[in-house]
Design a binder for this molecule. Structure first.
Ligand SMILES: *[C@@H]1O[C@H](CO)[C@@H](O)[C@H](O)[C@H]1NC(C)=O
Length: 155
């Protein structure tokens, strides 16, 4: 390889690195810290997405029926008609909300959900739904521990 070839090679690599790096910057999305996310969500639960429904073709948002495994916060707020199919499922709306960084799920995904009861101005479409309030979180021991700690501290 001549020096020109080496230069071209180096240039190619630099471009590749820049491309990878910039994909990251674009993908990054400002996220509040966990304490704040926990404060803003009245309900935090772990659950598995069973069904995707009410896809809005314009806004690209959708709701999901979620089987709840455990409430990390706010269990008593989830009652009455919010509970579905005998009590262990809820409807969660707001997936695809551009104001939330990690906002996409597929059927079968198990996540930690930070949600609030749908405010009245969202009725009737979202009546008795919980609305996603911040990013979905993967279930790891560390994540669970961190969320639990935030809930304990804020109580
Ligand atoms: C999350 O909930 C808070 C209220 O606790 C609200 O002010 C905020 O707009 C909600 N965020 C989203 C993305 O819905």
């Amino acid at each position: 390889m001549g020096s020109l070839g080496r230069l071209a090679h180096l240039y190619g690599w630099t471009l590749t690195l820049l491309a990878v790096f910039c994909q990251r910057c674009q993908g990054s999305c400002p996220e509040n810290d966990l304490e704040q996310r926990e404060e803003e969500a009245n309900v935090v639960l772990t659950g598995t997405v069973e069904e995707i429904m009410n896809m809005d073709p314009v806004q690209n948002t959708y709701s999901c029926k979620v089987r709840v495994w455990r409430y990390l916060k706010g269990k008593t707020m989830v009652n009455g008609e919010i509970l579905l199919d005998g009590g262990n499922k809820v409807m969660i709306g707001g997936f695809g909300d551009p104001g939330i960084c990690d906002n996409q799920v597929a059927t079968g995904d198990t996540r930690i959900f930070f949600v609030n009861l749908a405010p009245e101005y969202m009725w009737p479409t979202h009546k008795n739904e919980l609305m996603l309030n911040s990013s979905l979180m993967r279930i790891t021991l560390r994540n669970l521990e961190e969320v639990e700690l935030c809930v304990e501290v804020s109580q």
